[in-house]
Design a protein around this ligand. Structure first.
Ligand SMILES: NC(=O)c1ccc[n+]([C@@H]2O[C@H](COP(=O)([O-])OP(=O)(O)OC[C@H]3O[C@@H](n4cnc5c(N)ncnc54)[C@H](OP(=O)(O)O)[C@@H]3O)[C@@H](O)[C@H]2O)c1
Length: 335
């Protein structure tokens, strides 16, 4: 382990939050507030940028309560120190979610500490870089697809709707479902991205403005066998009412609203299931299964048009672009 190493540190000063690259040491890394962290140390090779990181880097106390802080909810690297019986020095590992990068120093640093219960061994057929191209958004997409598959929905069951299809989660979900042989209807607000979505495997493009609920109605005609919804709110209510009997809607997001006002009819007349996704809280057995799927059957081998690799020094600018809604590709950070 180096004596001094680089970290993206966010500091609070006069109510403002400044993010800059600083040199820190092992003592600095092991102390979070007045708590000493005695866990495994990972030399981070790659991290990835998520919206939660951008919020943490700009002082959102719903994400990170205490500053100074090092964000980065995703990281992949090699173990350089551990007292764990489950891992040894040199093991290549992945950490996503839990409290990593939120209230625990995260992956925007050359080294990170982690409790061993958060650590996933790198699946054999996935590189550390590939793991971070997927990161939490790819993991969320794969988890939602697994919910649909495990519910018994097959390509023969009918079309699957994906909402927020051009987003980080939605685009991965479209690609994975298409790879598995499902017919995909991709809902988007961006007409100009129709060709891009078709290149990912979407068979039909739906204008998201047309997913409109009528609160007076309990059901609409069946349109989809299942749906992967990243948006929530009134369109989720409409989607639930359009799912075929015994179908499933899996939801990860609340872009338009945290509230869901809908009818009980899809649940008790058609037996539709609404299944929530909480990527960061996924239990370890399921987590391992999802990473194995990503490394194998679900691997879409994202090409270079899917992501940009940036240095730690280039990251603050990318965070500002993400907050301004101007980032169009996944940002992978090479430490
Ligand atoms: N629960 C979990 O574990 C978990 C994990 C990861 C992410 N999330 C959440 O899932 C959601 C999607 O994440 P993401 O990383 O894919 O986000 P993202 O990259 O920002 O994409 C979100 C997409 O939603 C669509 N959208 C934007 N504004 C909208 C609006 N007003 N109405 C309807 N659609 C709108 C856009 O797609 P179109 O233009 O193509 O419609 C946009 O590309 C976010 O809410 C995120 O916080 C949850």
């Amino acid at each position: 382990m180096k004596d001094k190493f680089r970290a993206l540190v966010v500091r609070e000063a006069d109510g403002k939050f400044l993010k800059q690259i600083e040199m820190i040491d092992e003592i600095g890394l092991r102390y979070y507030g007045d708590k000493e962290v005695t866990e495994t140390i990972i030399e981070v090779e790659y991290s990835g940028l998520n919206y939660k990181d951008a919020l943490s880097a700009s002082g959102n106390k719903g994400i990170t309560k205490q500053y100074p802080h090092i964000p980065g909810i995703d990281l992949a690297g090699k173990i350089v120190a551990t007292q764990s019986s489950k891992f040894k020095i040199g093991d290549e590992v992945i950490v996503t979610g839990y409290d990593m990068g939120m209230n625990h120093y995260g992956g925007f640093c050359e080294y990170a500490t982690s409790p061993d219960k958060w650590i996933v061994p790198r699946p054999q057929s996935l590189t550390l870089k590939e793991a971070m191209i997927y990161g939490t958004s790819g993991f969320t997409a794969a988890l939602g697809v697994l919910n649909i598959v495990e519910h018994g929905i097959t390509p023969e069951s009918g079309k699957i709707l994906v909402t927020g299809a051009t987003g980080a989660v939605g685009s991965m979900a479209v690609s994975i479902l298409s790879k598995l042989g499902y017919e995909v209807a991709a809902s988007t607000g961006k007409e100009s991205e129709a060709d891009y979505l078709k290149s990912l495997g979407a068979n039909e493009i739906i204008d998201r403005k047309t997913l409109v609920d009528d609160p007076q109605k309990g059901l609409f005609s069946s349109r989809w066998a299942a749906a992967f919804d990243t948006v929530g709110g009134p369109s989720l209510s409409y989607i639930l009412k359009c799912i075929a009997p015994s179908g499933i809607v899996t939801n990860c997001g609340m872009i338009t609203s945290t509230k869901l006002e809908t009818s009980i009819m899809p649940f008790i007349i058609r037996g539709v299931k609404l299944s929530g996704i909480a990527a960061s809280a996924t239990l370890m057995p399921k987590r391992l299964k999802v990473w194995e799927k990503i490394a194998g059957e679900y691997n879409i081998h994202p090409g270079e048009d899917f992501y940009d690799v940036v240095s730690l020094e280039e990251l603050p600018e990318k965070i500002d672009l993400m907050l301004a809604g101007k980032l169009h590709r996944k940002v992978v950070v090479k430490l």
